[in-house]
Design a protein around this ligand. Structure first.
Ligand SMILES: [Zn+2]
Length: 253
């Protein structure tokens, strides 16, 4: 590739990544609030946001409220991640367009989970369709549905075990509780990842995510104990660990 066409390609990839950042911000701004693809409104004054103002991260024209830090971080990081995938594409038969699509989807999952601690079922539904399609094409239908079913089933079992444990522990202390040890969004996300990775890779992925989550929460607990801010049953979000495990598996297996 000549120097000039390389430069043009780099700019095009970065622009694509910036566009993906805008799309991730759009989903994260409207979906948790309205649960559908509604027009963007200022989160402060509820006036409609002009498209160009929105894309360029400009403040609201009506009330001057600036966009969130998350919006700036997402539109700054997505171009770099898009470029990184182009430079180091996942091995195997995953085309770059599919890899970019997965980056977009999982960025939406990650950002909404980060801000609202939920994985929306609308997003999981789209993920299940994506996962089933990509999984069947890469690994065949059998591996795909086995992976989806077992990914969902294993995490569902852990979800109920966690609930039992929290109830039992609260009962011992004479408390009522509606806390959960594991979010249901993590269960549906495991199903989606299971479809995509197939069986047995989703089993390895779950094991890896749980170990990683255990290590990080252990360190976090030690930190709380050392700083004397310990409180039992601070729920640990597993979504980031599931996503990290899935990304590593895409490269290793
Ligand atoms: Zn406003």
């Amino acid at each position: 590739m000549s120097g000039f066409s390389l430069a043009v390609t780099l700019v095009a990839v970065l622009l694509l990544g910036y566009g993906m950042g805008v799309v991730v911000n759009y989903f994260a701004d409207v979906l948790p609030q309205t649960r559908r693809l509604s027009p963007v409104r200022c989160l402060h004054c509820q006036n409609p946001y002009p498209l160009l103002q929105y894309i360029l991260l400009r403040p609201c024209l009506e009330c001057g409220t600036r966009r969130s830090l998350r919006a700036r971080v997402v539109q700054g990081i997505l171009p770099l991640l898009t470029l990184a995938l182009w430079v180091w594409p996942p091995p195997g038969r995953v085309p770059i367009s599919v890899a970019w699509g997965l980056l977009l989807f999982f960025s939406v999952v990650f950002v909404i989970d980060w801000e609202y601690r939920v994985v929306l079922y609308q997003v999981s539904g789209v993920g299940a369709l994506l996962g089933a399609g990509i999984g069947a094409w890469l690994n065949g239908w059998q591996t795909t549905f086995l992976g989806g079913g077992l990914g969902f089933g294993i995490m569902l079992a852990l979800y109920y075990l966690g609930e039992l444990f929290v109830r039992w522990a609260a009962h011992r202390r004479g408390l009522e509780t509606d806390e959960v040890a594991l979010g249901f969004g993590d269960v549906t996300l495991s199903g989606v990842l299971g479809l995509m990775l197939g069986w047995p890779r989703i089993g390895i992925g779950l094991l890896f995510a749980i170990l990683l989550g255990g290590i990080v929460s252990g360190l976090y607990l030690v930190g709380l104990l050392v700083s004397k801010r310990y409180q039992p049953f601070a729920a640990l979000p597993y979504t980031p660990f599931l996503l990290v495990a899935a990304a590593i598996l895409m490269y290793l297996a």
